[in-house]
Design a protein around this ligand. Sequence first.
Ligand code: 4AD
Ligand code: MG
Length: 444
Amino acid sequence: MSRGSEPDAGTTGGTKQTYVEDLKDHAGETVTLRGWVYNLRSSGKIAFLILRDGTGRTQCVLSKKEIGDEAFESARALTQESSVSVTGAVNLDDRAPGGAEIHVESFEVHQLAYDYPITPKEHGSSFLLDHRHLWIRSSRQHATLRVRAEVIRALQEFFDERGYLRVDSPILTSNACEGTSTLFETDYFGEPAYLTQSGQLYAEASAMAFGKVYCYGPTFRAEKSKTRRHLTEFWMVEPEVAYMRLEELLGLAEEFVTHIVRSVLERRRAELETLERDISKLEVIEPPFPRIRYDEAVKIAQAGGSEMPYGEDFGAPEETLISEGFEKPVLVTHFPRSVKAFYMAADPENPELALCVDMLAPEGYGEIVGGSEREADHDVLRERMRQHDIDPATMPWYLDLRKYGTVPHSGFGLGVERVVTWLCGIHHLRETIPFPRLLNRIRP
Ligand code: 4AD
Ligand code: MG
């Protein structure tokens, strides 16, 4: 079915394709938009088509008088998500959604969609997750994923501008980084291999080669529990810096998170508004962030009603209680070594404690950053591996780093989906990744 001229190499009706987000630069011009029907209202003489093209939505006005009876009737038959190209004059109008309106001269239907399953009525989350490939067309999902893309842009910008070299770590590995209980195992030509839990151990090798580095990529944890903070596949950025101590690492982490928040406020404000995020809560985020030690954090959690004893790791309820007293992210340091990973350096003032940090987001969004100074001594590290049931013989290359010019070094990991959940102010992190992988969900 075709109305108006046939498309020819990027043009329709002799006009070049324009995107909705660029309409403001084309006042009075005739442009062609290509997209999908978001909504359609019509009377006997005039139809209002809301077209979405991925960059935004705009109203297209079709009048029977201008386009003729036959074209008008086929416009009225358009269904939600039908694909169409529309050519018409751009009329800037502050009252119109997006600030512009198209007076349609011609249009072309590429496909008339039928039985689109996601309708304006309320759907349950399991139905929506089953239709995630279509759900991502909806306005809230759209806004969330655009915030995510900005977080990823900003995280690379932050490190690139500061002279960090991006050196990515492998996805298939032969060793565990964050404990052996959440490994996804696969067969590597007859040898067991795992999907990486963290790029850190390789980032340490890269830091000894390039000084300051970061890696960014997908990481995997076979999390057996269903929570709103855990995915089995999530994306993590991990800086690692030779000669850096914990104190400097805390400064780096707060500068980094502030940069991400500011970038999103600057470039994705409209999306935050679509999500009805209380933006004032993000505008206060700037260094310095409050810093407390683990023992103090335990007292705060206990005073708030938690029964967690000193010596255990925080769960989601404790993290919420701890963050409640602060309007900025809080840096919790010096956890007992017994609850932390094998590679963390001991506090020289109290070897029972690790030189580590967890950053807890405000408003109960939980841990967004985990990091530490790394154990730099060969023999101590080997002993720590044994205590954690890691056979040192499986990672001779990692111990090599402590043999050939070992230095103090530090790094952290920031989980992209946790940060997007907080910035967007949404309940469950599954909406912050295009196609979430959860316990019991690997489709679509
Ligand atoms: O605290 P974690 O486990 O630290 C590490 O993996 C270190 N090796 C990082 C490093 O020092 N280079 O994870 C780091 C962050 C958490 O703070 C959280 O934001 C995120 O990764 N994260 C998850 N996000 C979603 N789903 C999960 N199952 C996650 N587990 C951790
Ligand atoms: Mg952690």
